[in-house]
Design a protein around this ligand. Structure first.
Ligand SMILES: [Zn+2]
Length: 530
């Protein structure tokens, strides 16, 4: 039997724009549309041209797509001449060839929100789709609140979508607009709906308000729908939409269904997910299935040793299939196997005694408050320090940091400038004074102004993130703090280092020092210390 294809409809640029804190620029939309097209998504809903400037500009400058059909979104109009004028504008001015019209199917919405009769609503659906057919290659009908409508007045909800189908809509998309429907309800309702509308014309659009958007989509596919809508990284208003980064690999790898996304392209999934986050200045969610950084991370010793023998033991798929990778996390919960895997990755082969010794040392460090979970570079330095020899690049003699806060006649003037002076030996002893935007920045500037003379490569290194965590909160301001610094260089390599102390500036210095030494080692720099 030939497997029927499931069509993927991306709404990241339209429903995804409703996400709190997300604000697409025109160039974001263009870049993301190109990325989705390259992946092989069937439909890209670009937005609502004419409704806001970004969407209008995007459609006017829409990129040429190789694989995807670009769809514009719009609502139904009551007045025939208005809808003709609007459709004409969408087609001519915004050069859109496909249109998705959203309409009501829930009697409650028809009576209360539109304030029209149910018959009038049916006529609006019919008229809009019939007219749109004259302007566009493909017309889709988004049946808003379909599942609520079905539960409230089944015959009427069905009548609305039968009307859309009969009027020529290529797709009737069943929307769980409020996101409150559960998978078993979706499965039953879609099955019953498919008695009236061919499944070849049915799509599903779910929201994640009960954390079931993906499950609901799977249920609808099992009942026959052929088009699946969603957004990348589950963007969308409230709790988001069906997450395409989860549903796409699930359809392909678990349900063995055909989509336009080839197995080869599926390897780009993690990259696309990260790219979209990057464009929108959003953090990657490490726990995201398939594409998250922790999706194939193993921390417990038993898991790590199992994965080492056979990846199937604790991984449901090979991470590379979706472009992700396995990682072994080093912590006091991880046993010898995780550590020996990690050491091999770093190029060390150690015997059992050495391994026991390292675990003992590691536990001691963790007891002091070190955690190498998010500071791989410091872990590497720790191992090198124990098993090899790290060149000594400089000797810090002392540093002082002065921070200033002035209160002039209750007119508080906050001065962010801090001063640092440092005594450090490289070829000879240097004294350096620097100012900075805060004490850590001043210290960083002072240290680097000396080191750059002997190690010019450090000019190309920058700090990109600085995080402080309180480890013993009940001790208030006396608490132990852990500082994590993330750095980057000219090759866009990123690395993280950690420092721990009861003094936040000293903890920062430890992390900063590790970061600099790591860069020098990786660049195979010779020590200039005499
Ligand atoms: Zn929606």
């Amino acid at each position: 039997m030939i497997k029927k294809q499931i069509y993927i409809y991306d709404s990241t640029l339209r429903d995804g724009a409703q996400t709190k804190g997300v604000d697409f620029s025109v160039s974001d939309k263009i870049a993301i549309a190109k990325m989705l097209d390259d992946l092989g998504i069937d439909y890209i809903e670009g937005g609502w041209p004419g409704a806001n400037n970004t969407d209008t500009e995007f459609f006017k400058n829409s990129p040429r797509l190789k694989n995807s059909k670009l769809v514009s979104f719009g609502m139904t109009y009551k007045n025939s001449s208005v809808l003709k004028k609007n459709f004409n504008e969408i087609k001519k001015r915004f050069k859109s060839r496909n249109l998705c019209i959203v309409g009501k199917t829930w009697d409650f919405q028809v009576n209360k929100a539109l304030n029209i009769t149910e018959k009038e609503n049916l006529n609006i659906i019919k008229k809009n789709i019939q007219v749109a057919k004259n302007y566009f290659d493909e017309v889709l009908f988004d049946a808003e609140h379909f599942f609520d409508g079905f539960k409230s007045k089944k015959q009427y909800a069905l009548e609305c979508i039968k009307c859309a189908n009969a009027s020529g809509a290529r797709w009737v998309v069943l929307c769980d607009t409020n996101g409150g429907t559960l998978p078993y309800e979706i499965e039953e309702i879609v099955k019953e709906t498919s008695l009236y509308i061919p499944t070849n014309n049915l799509g599903i659009h779910c929201h994640n308000d009960t954390d079931n958007a993906v499950a609901n989509t799977i249920a609808a596919v099992r009942s026959g729908v052929r088009q699946v809508q969603g957004t990348f990284n589950g963007l969308g208003e409230r709790c988001g939409n069906t997450n395409l980064t989860s549903i796409i690999p699930t359809l392909i790898l678990k349900m063995h269904l055909k989509t336009s996304i080839s197995k080869k392209k599926l390897r780009d999934l993690t990259k696309v997910s990260k790219f979209i986050n990057e464009r929108l200045l959003r953090q990657n969610n490490p726990s995201m299935p398939y594409v998250g950084e922790s999706a194939f991370a193993h921390k417990g010793g038993l898991h790590a040793s199992g994965v080492k023998k056979h990846s199937k033991t604790y991984e449901h798929i090979e991470p590379e299939i979706v472009g992700n990778k396995r990682s072994i996390i080093i912590s006091d919960q991880s046993g010898k196997s995780s550590l020996s895997i990690k050491l091999k990755e770093l190029g060390f082969n150690v015997n059992k005694n050495k391994l026991d010794y390292l675990i003992m040392k590691l536990k001691k460090k963790e007891f002091e408050g070190y955690s190498y979970d998010g500071a791989e570079a410091s872990f590497e330095l720790f191992v090198m320090n124990e098993l090899a020899k790290i060149p000594e690049y400089f000797k810090l003699k002392s540093f002082q940091v002065i921070n200033e806060f002035k209160d002039i006649k209750d007119n508080i003037k906050i001065n962010n400038t801090a001063k640092a002076n440092i005594v450090v030996k490289v070829k000879k002893e240097y004294i350096s004074n620097s100012i900075g935007n805060g004490p850590v920045n001043a210290l960083d500037n002072a240290l680097r102004s000396v080191l750059i003379k002997s190690y010019p490569i450090l000019k190309k290194m920058n700090l990109v993130d600085y995080k402080v965590r309180i480890l013993t909160p009940d001790e208030g301001t006396k608490a132990i703090t852990r500082v994590i610094i993330e750095s980057t260089d000219e090759n866009k390599n990123n690395w993280s280092t950690v420092g721990v102390s009861s003094n936040v500036i000293n903890a920062s210095y430890i992390a900063l020092k590790d970061s600099i030494i790591y860069k020098l080692i990786k660049a195979k720099t010779k020590s200039a210390l005499r």
